[in-house]
Design a protein around this ligand. Structure first.
Ligand code: WAQ
Ligand code: MG
Length: 251
């Protein structure tokens, strides 16, 4: 018999928990078989304690069983890369790509400004792709995409591969919702400058430089077309268990 599947998610902060004003350090979400829970929890604790944003003093890990029949299997997005030689060029490329999916120039400006103006996001911002208005009013908490992983778990990926794989899994789940037009992301880790734009149409497009070295500002913006059933969208992002098919797995 197959082992039961569990959602396991971690959030870590410094200077107390997030809700009492602590600085967001790191988070992580996985969907693994029961026999992988312990290894996954260990890796998440390591992620929280050995982080370039600082050492966490608050770490929360939640594990919850997920019913097999609730899990939806989806394909990964095709990956491509754009190499740029400066932040300006990288952001210009991001604008060009996002405009192709119907995100207005104003919304793109609002998204970049929103990521740049706060150093402490722990979830994503949902934004109207036409007006640039932030939807949902969740402040720094944002919306955390959870209950997702690669089919077969992600413990088999090397540490070097892990960040990219996690980002590709999030992008695939986000793009799978019919509400999502496109996503823009770059890391809040001061030593990681590569980000991406993604959409169901164009796939996952890495952009080599979207911020300066040492900058702790980063985040995710999901552009949507209004009108939208926000409750339904947020519930999909947070709750719907999704496994990403990996053609290499099982071979
Ligand atoms: N759901 C929603 N927002 C999230 C999630 C999530 N599960 N995880 C992170 N975020 C938001 C949050 O605001 C973080 O501050 C921000 O995104 C950045 O998170 O080379 O490492 O984990 O192909 O620092 C992308 C490029 C790397 C990878 C992204 O993001 C590549 C990255 P980080
Ligand atoms: Mg980070």
């Amino acid at each position: 018999m197959q082992q039961e599947q569990f959602s396991i998610r971690m959030r870590a902060s410094k200077g107390g928990a997030h809700e009492v004003g602590g600085k967001h350090v790191s988070g992580g979400e996985h969907l693994v078989r029961c026999n992988e829970l312990e290894t996954t929890a260990t890796l998440l604790v390591q992620k929280a304690l050995q982080h370039s944003r600082g050492q966490a003093d608050f770490i929360q890990i939640v594990m919850e069983k997920v019913e097999d029949e609730q899990i939806e299997y989806i394909n990964a997005l095709p990956v491509s890369s754009i190499n740029v030689s400066s932040v300006e060029e990288g952001r210009e490329q991001a604008k060009v790509e996002l405009a192709k999916f119907g995100v207005s120039e104003k919304a793109i400006e609002c998204a970049i400004h929103a990521i740049d103006s706060l150093p402490n996001h722990r979830g994503a911002i949902i934004m109207d792709a036409k007006t640039g208005e932030k939807l949902g009013n969740r402040g720094l908490k944002g919306v955390r995409v959870s209950r997702l992983d690669w089919e077969g778990g992600s413990n088999r990926f090397s540490l070097a591969e892990r960040r990219k794989k996690e980002a590709q899994a999030i992008a695939a789940k986000v793009a799978h919702s019919p509400y999502t037009l496109a996503e823009l992301c770059w890391s809040d880790d001061p030593d990681y400058l590569t980000g991406y734009v993604s959409s169901k149409k164009s796939g996952y497009q890495r952009i080599s430089t979207l911020k300066e070295l040492g900058d702790e500002r980063g985040g995710r913006v999901f552009f949507v077309e209004t009108p939208i059933d926000l409750t339904d969208y947020v519930s999909f992002l947070e709750k719907k268990p999704i496994l990403i098919r990996d053609e290499r797995y099982g071979k």
